[in-house]
Ligand binder design. Structure first.
Ligand SMILES: N[C@@H](CCC(=O)N[C@@H](CS)C(=O)NCC(=O)O)C(=O)O
Length: 200
């Protein structure tokens, strides 16, 4: 049994989706970012956290990869060349897409008002869109970043697509990337987690 700490409308959604991919049941404690409740699990107050067997794991990408490893789904085995490539895609998603979305969020509402800089949001959009170009080129005609297998980086990357579009009103160019996004979002696990998010 797993307990997710964090509002489903945050990066906690990634963990809900990953647990659905693994066919696991879970509870969600919808703690807000920075809340006292969140700080009980993570001194920074950042969400999500995962409670498993009385242990707490933080950081959505680490949590998703842990679940993937534990249940042997959506991942290649550690120590293989495929896994090295998969991990490199995961870092691509975090460095290029998550980071652009997050810094834009910081300059929109997270940082103290006097430190926010609208120009920085434009730079984030530039970075996000440049990364989409690289992604489209590297994806080629594949279904997923690792070819025919859906893996953890697809989950992180497509979550960032939704974040960029939903929060920042950035666009995903029509074509191979929207086809990829729709393919990933058609997964039953995504749909189930999304329905739970919307009902929260
Ligand atoms: N790399 C972490 C980032 C966690 C994070 O920053 N979460 C946001 C909500 S999605 C948060 O808690 N922000 C509050 C803050 O930064 O003070 C992850 O992927 O879990």
């Amino acid at each position: 049994m797993y307990t997710i700490i964090g509002s489903p409308k945050s990066r906690a959604f990634r963990v809900m989706w990953m647990l659905e991919e693994a066919g696991q049941i879970y509870d969600v404690v919808a703690a807000a970012a920075g809340s006292e409740e969140a700080r009980n699990y993570n001194p920074s107050g950042k969400i999500p956290a995962l409670v498993v067997d009385e242990h707490v794991i933080v950081d959505s990408a680490a949590i998703c990869q842990f679940i993937a490893n534990r249940h042997e789904v959506c991942t290649f085995k550690a120590g293989t060349i495929e896994r090295a490539r998969q991990d490199s895609w995961l870092h691509f998603g975090l460095d290029e897409l998550d980071s652009a979305c997050w810094w834009a969020a910081k300059h929109t509402f997270v940082l103290p008002e006097k430190l926010r800089c609208p120009e920085a949001i434009k730079a984030c959009e530039y970075d996000f869109s440049r990364a989409l170009g690289w992604l489209e080129e590297r994806l080629g005609g594949n279904d997923y970043v690792m070819g025919s297998e859906f893996t953890v980086p697809d989950l992180i990357i497509v979550h960032c697509f939704g974040w960029g579009v939903g929060m920042h009103k950035w666009t995903i160019p029509e074509g191979p990337l929207t086809t990829y996004m729709n393919r990933v979002r058609a997964r039953p696990a995504f749909r189930k987690a999304w329905a739970a998010r919307e009902a929260s």
